[in-house]
Every structure is written in C-alpha cells, then in structure tokens.
Design a protein around this ligand. Structure first.
Ligand code: HEC
Ligand code: HEC
Ligand code: HEC
Length: 111
C-alpha cells in the first residue's frame, strides 16, 4: 500500500513539473546599461527547478520590461531583483545543490 502511494506521488509530481514548466519565453536577455551589461537568463530552466512562478513574479509581473518599469516607478530598488537571484544561488550552493552564478561577470556581459 505504501509502495503504491509513493508511485502515485511520483506520477503526480511529474505531472506538476511538466504542466508547470515552459511558460513565457524559454530564455530571456535582461537589458542592463553600463559596465555590467545584459544578463542572459534561462527562464524555463528556473520554472522547472523552482516550481513556483511567484519566487520571482511575486516581485514583478509576468511581462517583458516589468523590472525596468517598476524600478522607474520606484516599485523596485535598483539591484533588488539581482540580489534575489544571487541570494538564492548562494544559499543553494551552500546546501551543496546545483546552483547558478554569484560572481558579477558570470551573469553580466562586459558592457
Ligand atoms: C527565477 C525567476 C523566475 C521564475 C521562477 C519565473 N519567471 Fe517569468 N520572468 C522572469 C524574468 C526575469 C522575466 C523578465 C522580466 C522583465 O523583462 O523585466 C520574466 C518574464 C516572464 C514573462 C514575459 C516575458 C516572456 O515572454 O517570457 C512571462 C509570460 C513569464 N515570465 C511567465 C512565467 C511563468 C508562467 C512562470 C511560472 C511557471 C515564471 N514566469 C517563472 C523570471 C522568472
Ligand atoms: C545571478 C546573476 C547576477 C549576478 C551574479 C550579478 N548580477 Fe548585477 N544584475 C543582474 C540582473 C538580473 C540585473 C537587472 C535587475 C536589477 O537591477 O535588479 C542586474 C543589475 C545590475 C546593475 C544595474 C543596476 C541599475 O539599475 O542601475 C548593476 C550596476 C549590477 N547589476 C552590477 C553587478 C555587480 C557589481 C555584480 C557582482 C558583485 C553583479 N551585478 C552580479 C544579475 C546579476
Ligand atoms: C530561488 C532560487 C533561484 C532564483 C531566485 C534564481 N535562480 Fe538562477 N538558478 C537556481 C538554481 C537552483 C540553478 C541551477 C539549476 C540547474 O542546474 O538546473 C540556477 C541556475 C542559473 C543559471 C545557470 C544556468 C546554466 O545553464 O548553467 C543562471 C545564468 C541563472 N541561474 C541566472 C539567474 C538570474 C539572472 C536570476 C534572477 C533573475 C536567477 N537565476 C534567480 C536558482 C535560482
């Protein structure tokens, strides 16, 4: 009975994963001006890994240019989204799990 339960749970998890991932653009280039240039962002990869749109979209809506619009309207501080990216990568790496970049030019193109 227990075994059937865990198989069922696994099937449900796969269902959740694949219905969830793959919305909006597969990858995005986030424009940044200056010495620290644009940031390439694998969007679908994060949807599949994190399992919750609001991990990011709790801070800004699901629209192209939303981050810059909110910074201009004082709805977000400069680097607030970036700090969220880095904080998660740092915590995940510390826990010994696959993670993303923390160093400046591992995210930013040289501007
Ligand atoms: C790890 C962070 C993160 C997660 C998780 C995330 N997104 Fe996004 N999403 C972004 C960023 C960054 C942008 C670009 C915002 C901008 O241009 O200012 C974006 C833009 C979008 C856009 C508009 C641009 C486009 O064509 O893709 C849509 C639609 C979207 N997201 C949907 C989703 C949905 C649905 C989920 C959950 C299934 C999700 N996102 C999860 C970070 C994320
Ligand atoms: C995980 C990826 C990532 C890393 C690592 C990263 N950045 Fe960023 N950075 C971003 C993103 C995404 C934005 C645009 C969103 C925002 O401003 O929050 C950004 C924005 C910026 C901006 C523009 C802020 C503004 O609006 O004027 C500067 C400057 C910057 N980063 C410098 C740095 C420096 C310096 C480091 C290293 C200490 C660094 N970044 C590391 C992703 C990253
Ligand atoms: C809540 C956690 C979390 C947040 C927020 C997050 N990431 Fe990540 N990121 C990850 C994890 C986990 C991985 C490793 C995924 C994997 O290996 O499949 C990753 C991987 C990456 C990679 C490397 C992908 C590759 O193919 O090697 C980049 C680039 C990246 N993230 C950029 C960003 C940027 C830019 C943001 C903010 C807009 C962001 N991440 C927000 C957890 C996060």
């Amino acid at each position: 009975m227990r075994r059937v339960g865990s198989v069922l749970a696994a099937v449900l998890l796969v269902g959740v994963c694949c219905a969830f991932a793959g919305q909006g653009s597969e990858s995005l280039v986030l424009p940044v001006e200056g010495k620290y240039g644009e940031v390439a962002f694998p969007h679908w990869n994060h949807q599949a890994t994190l399992g919750d749109c609001n991990t990011c979209h709790g801070m800004f809506p699901q629209e192209t240019g939303a981050i810059h619009r909110l910074i201009a309207d004082n709805g977000l501080k400069k680097k607030q989204v970036m700090n969220n990216c880095r904080a998660c990568h740092r915590t995940t790496a510390k826990a010994g799990n696959p993670s993303g970049p923390v160093k400046c030019f591992d995210c930013h193109a040289k501007g």
